[in-house]
Design a protein around this ligand. Structure first.
Ligand SMILES: Cc1ncc(COP(=O)(O)O)c(C=O)c1O
Length: 384
């Protein structure tokens, strides 16, 4: 068996300390670990953060939140949903497993990787039911334009907010623009609980649908039965077990409280990256002059020039102990989707040349410098 790599700088690190450890211990000692009061507290605190009448349902993971969002928005077999071309595959999978058909929308430009509103509008057909957008890396899409398109064409809008914890668009919290927003608290996210997610809506009817889907359409939860508030329950409609548990909800509460500070640390580190990388001829930085709101800086993506051999660069940086990644491979490269989706030339170019550098709130300036030194040195050796 080969030795695990000793990274000098990992792609991401958990931002955990005694507060998370104590919260988990307290939960374990409470004697109730499935969905209960801590989940309610997490949902309430999350809703307060978002404002705008947001109602929140904590769920098992981000994919569950997307699946619930797609079904609650009424996507049925034959319906088309316009989804991002530069995103994690969960967006497409949640539509496809619901019987919908994905139509991918391209990014705006090689410097603005959010979905292009004009491309969304061009791809609307009589079968389009919904639009799903992602705030890539925590940079908001052009929400004025996208909300307007959805209103004019009577389409549901789903916001994939997996990268957007704490982000705003023109001062308003992300996740409050769509009919439903879907959040992920996977380990590498700005708010991390391991596996977890949130479904958010401001529409009471959609809220009830999402709630039914989360827990088998049951009218009463086991916590309520344990508390003696009800002896039995009804089932209103079919659903899943997409519930979160109390351990993760308690982690979520701590992480939510730490989010502003953690995102501010990311912002400082990204500013350092910018000052180190500006002017390097072999790369550009997307969203470099972004001005639509406060980003969350979920990841630190760069775009390599087409003369750079990316695979070689990744290997050389690995030899220096620097972990990198790619966000995201082109949808057209996946077996399950290549025959189903059309071309999206700009995002395909991004997929071929993007490189994600390490970023996490506890990263030091020296670690940013180490990454930039390795990148700069190795770029010279990777010219085609
Ligand atoms: C953009 C995006 N959407 C959806 C998801 C799915 O979230 P989860 O991994 O919690 O199911 C992720 C997580 O990796 C993501 O990055």
């Amino acid at each position: 068996m080969s030795e695990p790599i000793q990274w000098k700088v990992q792609l991401f690190k958990l931002n955990y300390d005694e507060r998370e450890y104590n919260a988990v211990l307290k939960t374990l000692k409470s004697g109730w670990i499935t969905m209960g009061q801590r989940t309610v507290d997490f949902e309430t605190a999350y809703a307060k953060e978002l404002g705008e009448g947001a109602q929140c349902l904590a769920v098992a993971n981000g994919t569950a939140s997307l699946h619930i969002a797609v079904l609650a928005c009424g996507v049925r077999p034959g319906d088309e949903v316009i989804v991002p071309s530069l995103t994690f595959i969960a967006d497409l999978n949640s539509v496809q497993v619901s019987g919908g058909k994905v139509v991918i929308g391209d990014v705006t430009s090689l410097s603005d990787w959010s979905m292009d509103p004009a491309d969304i509008e061009a791809k609307i057909t009589p079968r389009t039911k919904a639009v799903m957008i992602v705030h890539y890396a925590g940079y908001a899409c052009d929400m004025d334009a996208i909300v307007d398109i959805c209103r004019r064409h009577n389409l549901k809008l789903i916001e994939d907010c997996a990268h957007a914890n704490g982000g705003t668009y023109k001062g308003r919290k992300l996740g409050t623009f769509g009919d439903v927003s879907a959040w992920s608290f996977f380990s590498n996210k700005n708010l991390a609980v391991g596996e977890g997610g949130m479904v958010v809506t401001r529409d009471p009817e959609l809220y009830q649908k999402c709630k039914n889907l989360r827990s088998h359409g049951m009218t009463v939860a086991s916590f309520d039965r344990m508390k003696g508030r009800a002896a039995t329950y009804d089932v209103l409609e079919p659903g899943f077990n997409y519930r979160i548990d109390e351990v993760r909800a308690s982690l979520g509460l701590v992480q939510l409280a730490k989010l502003p500070e953690a995102n501010a640390a990311r912002a400082r580190l990204v500013a350092r990256y910018f000052s180190r990388l500006d002017g390097i001829e072999a790369l550009t930085i997307p969203f470099r002059y972004y001005d639509r709101g406060t980003p969350t800086y979920h990841i630190m993506p760069i775009l390599l020039s087409e003369h750079i051999d990316r695979v070689k660069l990744i290997d050389l940086m690995k030899e220096d102990g620097v972990q990198t990644s790619i966000h995201y491979p082109a949808i057209q490269s996946f077996t399950a989707y290549k025959s189903q989706v059309g071309p999206t030339p700009k995002s395909q170019y991004v997929s071929d040349h993007e490189l994600t550098l390490p970023l996490y709130p506890t990263m030091t300036d020296a670690e940013v410098d180490l990454v930039c030194d390795s990148l700069e040195k190795n770029l010279q050796k990777c010219r085609n």
